[in-house]
Design a protein around this ligand. Structure first.
Ligand code: SF4
Length: 179
């Protein structure tokens, strides 16, 4: 099945892509992540993903542009952790569904489904809603059991491994220590 796989970074794609290939899918990696701040961090994660794609010999589609302002405007409506994430999932999954349709693919999914730190129920609900809207199949495999293995693969391949989820809010959550 032709599948557009939204990919947030190389480490999360490492296990996910090997799993999907084993299951007979033909994933094309799609990088659309205006939630990654600042821009140099975005570039490092993109480079890690391209490195992984070369190892797996998989095609990559990189969405041009970096709509940081648009993303922040949307997230600022609900900046609390959890609520902002639902908006963030929708922004990225909606673009992925649109792109899958444009490219004539039949299915889409996301590497976000490997992370035990993300809200699987919300991601799946949004994915299924968009699948209905765009006439696609949303692959909602639970990849979480492969999370540690994916991190180990990333280490072995020398991929860049980030220290926080992506947005400036998550960077603060990770590093800011109030006095
Ligand atoms: S914490 Fe992660 S999922 Fe939540 S809004 Fe920030 S980048 Fe998106």
């Amino acid at each position: 099945m032709s599948l557009l796989l939204h990919t947030c970074c190389g480490p999360c794609a490492a296990y996910t892509t090997s799993y999907l290939l084993e299951k007979g899918h033909e994933p094309t990696l799609y990088f659309y992540n205006p939630n990654i701040h600042p821009y140099q961090e975005y570039q490092r994660r993109l480079e890690g993903l391209q490195q992984l794609a070369a190892i797996r010999n998989l095609p990559v589609v990189v969405e041009p542009g970096y709509p940081l302002e648009e993303f922040l405007r949307e997230i600022a409506l609900d900046p609390e952790f959890g609520k902002r994430c639902v908006r963030c999932y929708r922004i990225r999954l909606e673009k992925t569904a649109e792109k899958a349709k444009e490219l004539g693919m039949t299915a889409f999914s996301t590497t976000l489904l490997i992370s035990p730190y993300q809200n699987r129920e919300q991601i799946c609900a949004i994915g299924q809603e968009l699948a209905g809207q765009y006439g696609l199949t949303f692959i909602d495999e639970d990849f979480r059991s492969g999370f540690r293995q994916s991190q180990a693969m990333a280490k072995e391949y020398g991929l860049y491994r980030q220290g926080y989820c992506g947005c400036i809010y998550s960077e603060k959550d990770r590093y800011y220590k109030s006095k």
